[in-house]
Ligand binder design. Structure first.
Ligand code: HEC
Ligand code: HEC
Length: 431
């Protein structure tokens, strides 16, 4: 099958770093399908008012998240009309290509997929949604989107050369071709470069500081909770991570000098680590009261406000499994230090809060208050399904532990975004 072999080529090219060379009919403007996807990703003409593109909510210069000022502290996003608000935080799309295709039919075997609730099977399915979403790009039909594409003669040429002369004869096929092009961009090494300090430390190009190393050891230690959910084996998604000993995609093999090799018996500390097992859990995240009251007062998202966010439960493949209520996909932690605010509803503003929250969930009786609000931690939005067993932490975290964990999480930042790391506020530092 033609499309399949094309996909195979792109994952192969990811591994080999050949993304700029294509054996398929490249055009002068778009030498690869991924370069076409990259342009589409930032094209505001694919929204009703011509004001919004994928990049508006997934800014390629800033961690692929929504950094626009919008009155709700970027907890959720504004749509093309400048008024409509969604009810979920826009996740980074970096490393999203490493999430395998969605599988499963109940709360315990569900894994992979795109969106917080996995309702899109893969990147290509996902990319079909935003242009037609009322609260996002707001286009009225696939046909309208396809005719917007045809307004651009460079697109017309590229679509014909990558997908065949007759690609515009059928609206659905042309629309799917647009989605595949966007997915090709999202699968490219530019979006998942594996060049963070963490990756560089494994191949001996960076030496983790004492605090970063202490944080890494806490993170991967079996007595602590993180590794039970935020650790992947080899990525099985639509893009392949580089193998151990390889930097980024297609980098020359370099023997690891072992400068910062992890202690034995730890989780999978490898370059291809994506920091998610891509399963679905309830980590006890509370609802975002401030956001909800703004939604209420502006008369938006009433359906969501009535039920709260049921997460995985809303995924049609779950057939209403009640145990899936309030579960969300385990997020990748790559680029986490530059992608605040946190959780599906953006309820926490800083990593320090997230870490103290987990310490509280893990059983530390001293973590009484949310440091952002100064008030006692709120209950989970869906208390029934919180995974107390996996969240348990053997030895409570000290403030120094929390600082070290934050230092480690900062090392998961792609090189391109390193200058955007927020300042450390507590003065403990990461040396
Ligand atoms: C108005 C803001 C907005 C726009 C525009 C937008 N997105 Fe998103 N995106 C979001 C939000 C919010 C979510 C999470 C929604 C959910 O999980 O229900 C999301 C989720 C995603 C995910 C899933 C990531 C993951 O880890 O699960 C991908 C991939 C993605 N968007 C790609 C795109 C592409 C491609 C486009 C353009 C065609 C686009 N987005 C346009 C806000 C936006
Ligand atoms: C039971 C599984 C589980 C454990 C254990 C766990 N997490 Fe998570 N983590 C999740 C899930 C699920 C989410 C998304 C939850 C949501 O949005 O409601 C998440 C979200 C996060 C986020 C925010 C991601 C984002 O993009 O907003 C961070 C940061 C994080 N976890 C770090 C950690 C750290 C550090 C530890 C160890 C102290 C840890 N997690 C332990 C499952 C887990």
């Amino acid at each position: 099958m033609k499309r399949r072999s094309k996909q195979l080529f792109f994952s192969l090219s990811f591994t080999l770093g050949l993304s700029s060379i294509s054996v398929f009919a490249a055009t002068t403007t778009f030498p690869s399908l991924s370069s076409l996807g990259e342009r589409l990703f930032s094209d505001t003409n694919l929204s009703l008012t011509g004001t919004q593109s994928c990049a508006s909510c997934h800014n390629p210069e800033q961690g692929f998240i929504d950094t626009r000022e919008n009155g709700v502290e970027s907890a959720v996003s504004l749509g093309h009309d400048g008024v409509s608000l969604g009810h979920r935080n826009a996740p980074t799309i970096s490393y999203a290509a490493l999430s395998p295709r969605f599988t499963g039919s109940n709360a315990n075997n569900a894994s992979g997929g795109q969106f917080w609730d996995g309702r899109a099977g893969n990147l290509s399915d996902q990319a079909e949604a935003p242009p037609l979403s009322e609260v996002e790009m707001g286009m009225l039909s696939k046909a309208d989107v396809v005719s917007r594409l045809q307004e651009n003669s460079e697109y017309v040429e590229a679509f014909k050369s990558y997908f065949g002369e007759n690609i515009f004869d059928d609206t659905d096929t042309a629309y799917t071709a647009m989605a595949s092009s966007l997915a090709a961009f999202e699968q490219s090494p530019a979006v998942s470069p594996f060049d963070s300090k963490f990756d560089r430390s494994i191949i001996g190009e960076y030496r983790l500081t004492q605090s970063e190393m202490a944080g890494r050891n806490l993170f991967f230690s079996r007595g602590n909770s993180c590794v039970r959910c935020h650790s992947s084996g080899q990525g099985q998604g639509q893009a392949q991570p580089p193998r151990q000993g390889q930097r980024g995609a297609g980098a020359p093999q370099r023997p690891p000098r072992g400068a910062t090799a992890p202690p034995r018996g730890m989780g999978n500390v490898a370059v291809g680590q994506v920091f998610s097992n891509f399963r679905y859990f309830n980590n006890g995240t509370p609802s975002n009261i401030r956001l909800n009251s703004i939604l209420q007062s502006t008369g938006q998202q009433s359906e969501f406000l009535a039920t709260g966010d049921l997460g995985l439960f809303a995924n049609p493949s779950l057939n209403g499994d009640r145990n899936s209520r309030g579960r969300f996909k385990v997020s990748t932690l790559r680029n986490i230090a530059v992608t605040a605010p946190y959780m599906h509803n953006g309820v926490f503003k800083t990593l320090k809060t997230v870490l103290e929250f987990y310490d509280h969930q893990g059983g530390n009786p001293l973590r009484i208050n949310n440091p952002e609000t100064g008030m006692a931690w709120q209950n989970a939005e869906t208390p029934q399904t919180v995974d107390r067993r996996r969240l348990r932490i053997q030895n409570n975290f000290s403030d120094v532990d929390i600082n070290n964990l934050e230092c480690f999480l900062r090392t998961l930042t792609d090189q391109k975004f390193e200058q955007q790391l927020p300042p450390l506020r507590d003065g403990l530092g990461c040396s």
